[in-house]
Design a protein around this ligand. Structure first.
Ligand SMILES: C[S@@+](CC[C@H](N)C(=O)[O-])C[C@H]1O[C@@H](n2cnc3c(N)ncnc32)[C@H](O)[C@@H]1O
Length: 248
C-alpha cells in the first residue's frame, strides 16, 4: 500500500486506540456473526484489520485459534489488554504474513472502507484461506445512488482522513467476484446511531467534530444516511453488510 496512507492510518488509529475500544465495544453483538459464518468448532479464525479485537473475540467460544493482523501496533496493544486468547501480529492486509491455505475462516470487519484497493486484499484473504475455508467480510455500506455514496465518502473523510471509500452493496459483491470468490450468503443489517456517539468527544478533536457537524447540517439530507435532528443531536441509520464467500 501507499506509504503515506499507511502512516496516516497508523497515526489516526494510534492516537485513538483506547477511546475507539470503549466506543465500539459490543457493536457487533446483535449481528449474529458466528452463526452467519458457519464456522466449525476448533476452526482457525483470522481477522485483517483486527483493531482492538471486538470482532475477532466474538469467535472465542468456538474457535481453536484466533489470529489478528493490523497495521497499527497501538490498536493491537489495546486488543491484547481487553481480550484474552488473541494471537496478534502487526502486518498489512496487502501482504498477509501467513502461509497459503492455512486458515479456516479469514475475516475482516470495518476495514474495507479504509482500503483504496480492496481487490488485492481480498485476493490475499483468498490465498490464506484453506481450500475448504471461508472468507467473511463485514463493512458499512453506502446508498446505491452515486451522488449519495459520493457525499457519504466526503463526510466520512472529514470525520476520518484515512477513510478511502463508502461503497454500495453492489460494489462489495463486484469486489468479491473480482478476487475469485463466490458469495454463499449475505445480509444487510441497519441500526440507528447518534451523532454525539459517532463523533465522541473522548475520541475526536473538537475541530473535527465541528467540521463533521457543519457537513451534516449542509449536506446530511443528501447522503442517504437518513440524518434527522434530535434537539442538539442528530440520529442517522448505519447499514452494515455481511458477506460470506468461498474460493471459486
Ligand atoms: C475501523 S478499525 C476496525 C477495527 C476492528 N475490526 C473493529 O471492527 O472494531 C480499522 C482497522 O483497520 C486497520 N487497517 C487499515 N488498513 C489496514 C491494512 N492495509 N492492513 C491491516 N490493517 C489495516 C487499522 O489500523 C484499524 O485498526
Amino acid at each position: 500500500m501507499n506509504d503515506a496512507h499507511r502512516a496516516e492510518i497508523q497515526e489516526e488509529f494510534g492516537r485513538a486506540a483506547e477511546p475507539f475500544a470503549r466506543r465500539t465495544a459490543g457493536r457487533f453483538d446483535a449481528l449474529d456473526v458466528v452463526a452467519f459464518s458457519q464456522v466449525r468448532p476448533g476452526a482457525s479464525v483470522m481477522e485483517v484489520g483486527a483493531g482492538t479485537g471486538n470482532f475477532l473475540s466474538l469467535f472465542r467460544e468456538l474457535a481453536g485459534s484466533l489470529l489478528g493482523v493490523d497495521l497499527t501496533h497501538e490498536m493491537l496493544r489495546v486488543a491484547g489488554e481487553v481480550h484474552e486468547g488473541l494471537d496478534l501480529v502487526v502486518g498489512d492486509g496487502y501482504a498477509l504474513p501467513f502461509a497459503s491455505g492455512s486458515v479456516d475462516l479469514v475475516t475482516s470487519a470495518q476495514t474495507f472502507h479504509h482500503l483504496h484497493r480492496p481487490v488485492p486484499v481480498l485476493m490475499e484473504m483468498r490465498r490464506v484461506a484453506a481450500p475448504t475455508g471461508r472468507i467473511l467480510v463485514v463493512d458499512q455500506v453506502a446508498s446505491e445512488r452515486y451522488e449519495e455514496a459520493a457525499l457519504t465518502t466526503d463526510l466520512e473523510t472529514v470525520r476520518d482522513p484515512t477513510h478511502a471509500a463508502s461503497r454500495p452493496p453492489s460494489a462489495m459483491r463486484i469486489m468479491l467476484g473480482a478476487a475469485g470468490l463466490r458469495i454463499i450468503d449475505e445480509r444487510i443489517v441497519e441500526d440507528q446511531q447518534r451523532f454525539s456517539r459517532w463523533m465522541w468527544r473522548d475520541e475526536f478533536p473538537q475541530e473535527r467534530i465541528d467540521a463533521v457537524r457543519a457537513f451534516v447540517e449542509q449536506h446530511g439530507d443528501r447522503t442517504g444516511m437518513g440524518f434527522e435532528r434530535e434537539g442538539e443531536d442528530f440520529v442517522f441509520v448505519r447499514r452494515r453488510m455481511m458477506l460470506l464467500a468461498e474460493r471459486v
